[in-house]
Design a protein around this ligand. Structure first.
Ligand SMILES: *Cc1c(COP(=O)(O)O)cnc(C)c1O
Length: 231
């Protein structure tokens, strides 16, 4: 990554401005939407930039890569796992991440709960849904949401903060809109059914930020627009 810090700050300023503008355009408070820089496939210097700029969390998509970066960069960032998690890595993920966004099966919920219990912690999670019915994406089916939520809520060592989705890659922005609105509706229904609050809706990336914010996103996960193309 040949990115100078000045270039990074210019891009980050720009994204925060966009978030603000989209919020104002749909009557939301800009402070409701958090920017999660996605540092996957970028070197440790990306993490240094994030911290120096004053942002507090980063998203990584692979356990191994994140652990090796964490060793090189102790810092005080919060680490969020946003990529697919295999059950055989659940235990180590439950120890090392501040939050896991890619929780999409009963089996994974049980493994994570077990790992969190052994680590004597309450692990924050998001449940990931394939709200756009994309065969190329992970995430549970929306129709399974009540079962998955029931299991997650039954685990004392897990704390369900909200939901996450990835929109299908498409030129047609209606597909992203549909996906994000579907996730928000799912969140609203779960809140009512279980009498809980699910404050976090992690949705929106470099290419579909606007639709995500209009649909109620509270966290946008941005890689390319901050750090450039990944290797
Ligand atoms: C890579 C990734 C992102 C960031 O995507 P960009 O298009 O580079 O902004 C967001 N969310 C998830 C789950 C990712 O894997």
């Amino acid at each position: 990554m040949e990115l100078a810090y000045e270039e990074f700050t210019a891009r980050a300023d720009q994204i925060l401005e966009e978030i603000k503008a989209y919020c104002l355009a749909c009557g939301r408070e800009p402070s409701e939407v958090e920017l999660l820089p996605v540092t996957k496939n970028h070197p440790v210097v990306a993490l240094e930039y994030v911290q120096r700029y004053g942002l507090s969390c980063i998203g990584e998509n692979r356990v191994q890569e994140a652990l090796s970066k964490k060793e090189q960069f102790p810092g005080h960032l919060k680490w969020e796992l946003i990529g697919h998690l295999q059950t055989n890595k659940a235990k180590v993920a439950a120890i090392h991440f501040d939050r896991i966004q890619s929780v999409d099966s009963i089996k994974l919920i049980r493994r994570l709960a077990h790992g969190a219990s052994e680590a004597d912690r309450k692990l924050p999670i998001l449940l990931q849904f394939n709200a756009g019915n994309d065969p190329a994406k992970y995430g549970a089916e929306i129709s399974e949401a009540p079962f998955i939520m029931e299991e997650a809520l039954s685990q004392q060592n897990l704390k369900v903060d909200g939901l996450m989705t990835i929109a299908p890659l498409s030129e047609n922005s209606d597909i992203a809109k549909y996906t994000f609105n579907t996730l928000r509706e799912c969140r609203d229904q779960l809140e009512e059914e279980f009498s809980i609050t699910l404050p976090v809706l992690s949705m929106g990336m470099s290419g579909d930020l606007e639709s995500a914010i209009f649909a109620g996103s509270t966290q946008v996960r941005i890689g390319t627009a901050l750090f450039g193309q990944r290797n």
